[in-house]
Design a binder for this molecule. Structure first.
Ligand code: GUN
Ligand code: ZN
Length: 454
C-alpha cells in the first residue's frame, strides 16, 4: 500500500570521512569526520531516500505533516555493510575442529551441493537475509554456490526487500567434488547470463566469483578476468592468502608465478572493483600491488580465529595504503553480527599492537566499506540523498552497558566514543531494535516492540 514520508527521532550517529587512529582526537576535531545529533531526526522520503537530517528542534518543524517515530534513547546509524560472507554456509556455522582446506572438504562443499535445488536455495536465502536484518546488516557481499540458481535465489530474496546485495555464482573447475564443478566455458556463459539478468536490476549488483586459485584452473581464472573486462561495472569477489597450507598448495599448482597475487593479476582479477577475502599472509610486495590496484581486502577476524588461519595485520595494511573492510565470513566466521565481528577485530589488532578505535571500527563497516565498493553517496552514511538503509540501536540493551555507563558518568568518562566502543565490544543482535531498508522496516525486535508504535 501507499507509504508516505516518515521521520525518525533519536541519537543520530555516522561518520562522513576517515577517522584518525589513536586516542588523542578532541571533540572539536571530530567535527571533520563525524556527524551526530543527540536529539536528532532523520526524514525519509516516500521513495526511500534521506530527505533531511539534523537536530530535531531545527528540522522537524519544517515537516509538520510527516509522522514521526520516536526512537529517543536509541541510536540511529547507517545499516552495516558485510563485505564478505557465504549465504550457502548459513547451516554449517560452528563446524568443529578443522582448518580451512579440511573444513572445505568436510563441511562447506557438502552443504553447497544442496543449492542445486531452487526451493532449498530460496529457503536458505530468505533465512540468511532475516539473520542479516536481525543483526543490523543492510548490504552484503555474498558468495553463492556454483549453481546459477543459487545466485538467482539470493537476488530474488533480496529484491523482495529492495535490499542492496552483491553476489554471483561461484566458479570452480577442479579440486572440489564433481557435482560442484563447472567448466571455464560454462562458468563464463552462466555468469554472463546472470549479469544480464541481475546486474543493476533494482539494487542488485553482480560479483564475478572465482572461489580461489586452488579450485580454478588458470584458464578459468582468465575467463573470469575477461568477463569482468566485458562488464567492468561488475565486481570480482574471491579469497586470497588465508592460510599457510593454502599458500603452499597455490605454489604447487601455479609454479610459474612469483606469488599468490600474481596468479590473480595475470588473470585480470586485481582491480579497483575486487574484494579479496582475508589476505593474512601477503608479502610487502603483494600489499603494495593490492594498494596500487585499489582492491579491497575483506578482513574476517572471527573466521581467521575460528579456522586457526592467522592474524590479519591491519596497521601494516593501512601503512601500505591497502583498503580494508570487514566481513563476517559465515560459515568459517562465527556470527552474522558486525558488532561481534568488530569485537574480534579489536582483539586481533590489539594483539598486534594496534588497538583500533571505536570510530575507525564504525568506518570499516559503514562509510569505508561503501567507498571501497564504489557505493559512496548511496549507502554507509545518513547524509541527505542517501538510500535510507539504517539501523536503530538500543545501546543499553545489555545490563552491562548500563552499569558501565553509570560508572563512567560518575567519573566523567561517558563520551560518544566510550558509548560506541562499549557497544562494539559487548554488542550483538540484542542491541538491534529495528532495521530499515530503503526506508521500510525489515526487522523489529520483539524486545523493542513498544518503541515501534507510530
Ligand atoms: N577459501 C576458499 N573457499 C573458502 C570458504 O568457503 N571459506 C573460507 N573462509 N575460505 C575459503
Ligand atoms: Zn570466505
Amino acid at each position: 500500500g501507499f507509504r508516505g514520508p516518515r521521520m525518525y527521532r533519536g541519537w543520530i550517529l555516522y561518520v562522513v570521512d576517515t577517522p584518525p587512529s589513536g586516542a588523542d582526537d578532541t571533540e572539536a576535531d571530530q567535527q571533520r569526520w563525524l556527524r551526530q545529533y543527540r536529539d536528532g531526526v532523520l526524514v525519509v522520503s516516500t521513495d526511500g531516500h534521506i530527505a533531511d537530517v539534523g537536530n530535531y528542534h531545527e528540522v522537524a518543524p519544517r515537516y509538520p505533516d510527516i509522522p514521526c517515530r520516536d526512537y529517543r534513547g536509541m541510536l540511529i546509524m547507517p545499516g552495516f555493510i558485510d563485505s564478505h560472507v557465504h549465504y550457502v554456509q548459513t547451516q554449517i556455522i560452528a563446524s568443529y575442529g578443522r582448518t580451512l582446506l579440511e573444513w572445505l572438504n568436510e563441511f562447506a562443499f557438502p552443504v553447497e551441493e544442496q543449492f542445486s535445488a531452487p526451493q532449498a536455495a530460496a529457503a536458505v536465502a530468505d533465512i540468511f537475509l532475516r539473520y542479516l536484518f536481525q543483526n543490523g546488516t543492510t548490504t552484503s557481499v555474498t558468495f553463492a554456490a556454483t549453481y546459477p540458481v543459487s545466485a538467482s535465489a539470493l537476488f530474488e530474496a533480496a529484491s523482495a526487500y529492495d535490499m542492496r546485495i552483491i553476489t554471483g555464482k561461484t566458479w570452480m573447475d577442479r579440486n572440489a567434488p564433481p557435482q560442484l564443478l563447472d567448466t571455464p566455458e560454462s562458468a563464463y556463459r552462466d555468469s554472463r547470463e546472470l549479469i544480464r539478468r541481475w546486474h543493476g536490476k533494482g539494487r542488485n549488483l553482480y560479483a564475478i566469483t572465482p572461489r580461489f586459485a586452488i579450485t580454478s584452473t588458470f584458464e578459468q581464472l582468465r575467463l573470469a578476468g575477461i568477463l569482468h573486462a566485458e562488464y567492468p561495472s561488475t565486481y570480482i569477489h574471491t579469497h586470497l592468502s588465508e592460510t599457510r597450507a593454502e599458500l603452499a598448495l597455490v605454489r604447487e599448482l601455479f609454479p610459474g608465478f612469483r606469488d599468490y597475487l600474481a596468479v590473480y593479476e595475470a588473470a585480470g582479477l586485481v582491480t579497483e572493483r575486487s574484494v579479496l577475502a582475508h589476505g593474512v599472509y601477503l608479502s610487502g610486495s603483494e600489499l603494495s600491488r593490492v594498494s596500487a590496484a585499489r582492491s579491497t581486502i575483506a578482513h574476517c577476524p572471527t573466521s581467521n580465529l575460528f579456522l586457526a588461519s592467522g592474524l590479519y595485520d591491519l596497521q601494516r595494511a593501512n601503512r601500505r595504503g591497502v583498503q580494508t573492510s570487514i566481513g563476517t565470513d559465515v560459515g568459517g566466521g562465527t556470527s552474522f553480527s558486525l558488532l561481534r565481528t568488530l569485537d574480534e577485530t579489536y582483539k586481533s589488532q590489539h594483539l598486534q599492537g594496534y588497538p583500533v578505535n571505536a570510530f575507525e571500527m564504525l568506518y570499516l563497516c559503514t562509510l569505508g566499506a561503501a567507498r571501497h565498493l564504489h557505493l559512496a553517496g548511496k549507502v554507509g552514511s545518513l547524509d541527505i540523498g542517501h538510500e535510507a538503509d539504517f539501523v536503530v540501536i538500543d545501546y543499553l540493551a545489555q545490563g552491562i552497558q548500563r552499569t558501565r555507563m553509570e560508572y563512567l558518568r560518575s567519573t566523567g568518562g561517558w563520551t560518544t566514543e566510550s558509548m560506541l566502543f562499549g557497544l562494539e565490544i559487548t554488542g550483538d543482535d540484542r542491541n538491534v531494535a529495528a532495521t530499515y531498508v530503503m526506508g521500510r522496516p525489515v526487522y523489529a525486535s520483539r524486545l523493542h516492540r513498544g518503541s515501534h508504535v507510530l
